[in-house]
Design a protein around this ligand. Structure first.
Ligand code: ATP
Ligand code: MG
Length: 360
């Protein structure tokens, strides 16, 4: 179970201390602008991943007049996760009282997805956020993925170092090509098998949310090198081009999910609201797949989702989120409007947030 039964926060942004006993279903954090609602979601995200979803650094989250932030969560299965972070110092992360060097065990215990006003960024620009999106899912459902992914990253970094030398050692380059090819193929297999499971679930959710566009939209996985060729051959054929750029041009680090409507990129056609619905469907489908594969729910952090969505679409997105049956943490300014979207929630706990103080 990934369900938080107790959450304690201290010295995160304007929250001095907070102790919450969340509902297993919908949790509504309501209050005025700047009261501390998003900071609660950030705390959960930080505990789960080591990062905030709205700033690249962690130190700005620590309350100005404090030196150390602490977040603690107890899960429904009794597991406990604790994180402390002091300014300019390494964090301390514990799972069941044991120090954790890396975040992977905690991330598996506490999978979280964010739906916020920057959701549309997934569709805009380069492939990196879409690759990250895909890898989040593969990481959770395919245990061997992480080691192959790390191996491929190491190979690419070493290969790029060689490519930047004045006199390239082609024998060494060939050795890295071989290792990269093995790890890259394993990464691609895991990604493509995940994507095959993800796609029908996505189509189902998207159909329910936006029937009229569902038939026109196509999502496809692109592995990062020529479809008809072996990675080893592509790497060897492109050594000169790679040397010219000083970087590996083909491989799993170039994978993407293309999102098209007809021949156009979806982002060039869809309105902001329609993009938000599409990204919500992608993230909901990932949570759906996670619970089917692992019998564990993903926690959704929903920040300011209503912006740019009309009443009908808001209700549809929340109904899909509720259908998953996991825990939701939702921020809102207008309580009445949000309660209407959540009339189908089996259980709801409301938390009023005021100047960093949180009351159920
Ligand atoms: N390091 C910090 N120390 C103290 N206060 C901070 C720190 N960082 C941000 N704040 C303040 O904390 C408050 C909480 O911000 P938060 O984003 O959680 O508000 P919110 O309730 O989500 O508001 P909105 O409705 O506008 O999204 C803000 O008033 C902000 O100025
Ligand atoms: Mg906010």
């Amino acid at each position: 179970m990934s369900e938080i039964v107790r959450l304690s926060i201290s010295s995160i942004r304007n929250i001095k201390t907070a102790d919450l006993e969340p509902s297993p279903s919908a949790n509504l954090l309501w209050g005025k602008n700047g009261s501390g609602k998003t900071s609660v979601l950030e705390s959960i995200h930080l505990l789960s991943t080591g990062r905030s979803f709205r700033s690249s650094k962690v130190d700005p989250l620590i309350s100005h007049d404090e030196n150390e932030a602490v977040i603690f969560a107890k899960l429904a299965d009794g597991h406990q996760i604790g994180l402390s972070k002091s300014r300019r110092q390494q964090h301390k992360l514990k799972l069941q009282g044991e120090n954790q060097k890396k975040w992977e065990n905690v991330a598996r215990e506490l999978p979280v997805q964010v739906l916020d006003s920057s959701a549309f960024l997934l569709l805009e620009g380069g492939p990196k956020p879409r690759r990250k999106f895909l890898d989040w899912g593969v990481f959770h459902v395919e245990p061997a993925f992480l080691s192959n992914w790390r191996k491929s990253r190491k190979c690419i970094a070493n290969r790029n170092l060689l490519l930047r030398q004045k006199h390239i050692d082609y024998a060494q380059l060939a050795a890295w090509d071989m290792e990269l090819s093995q790890a890259g193929i394993a990464v691609d297999l895991a990604r493509s098998s995940y994507f095959d499971q993800f796609l029908p679930l996505f189509n189902e959710v998207y159909q329910a949310l936006n029937g009229s566009l569902a038939g026109k939209l196509t999502l496809s996985y692109e592995r990062g090198w020529d479809k008809g060729k072996e990675l080893a051959a592509v790497l060897s054929e492109n050594q000169q081009i790679d040397a010219k750029y000083g970087a590996t041009q083909n491989g799993p680090h170039r994978a993407d999910i293309s999102v098209n409507i007809g021949k156009n990129k979806a982002v060039e056609i869809l309105s902001r609201g329609q993009q938000k619905i599409l990204v919500s469907a992608m993230k909901i489908a990932q949570g759906d797949l996670l619970s089917r594969a692992l019998n564990r729910h993903c926690i959704y952090l929903v920040d300011d989702l209503p912006a740019e969505l009309d009443n009908e679409n808001r209700a549809a997105v929340f109904n899909q989120l509720l259908r998953l049956g996991g825990q939701l943490f939702i921020t809102c300014v207008e309580l009445d409007a949000m309660e209407k979207c959540l009339i189908n929630a089996p259980q709801m706990t409301k938390f009023h947030v005021e100047h960093g103080t949180i009351k159920a």
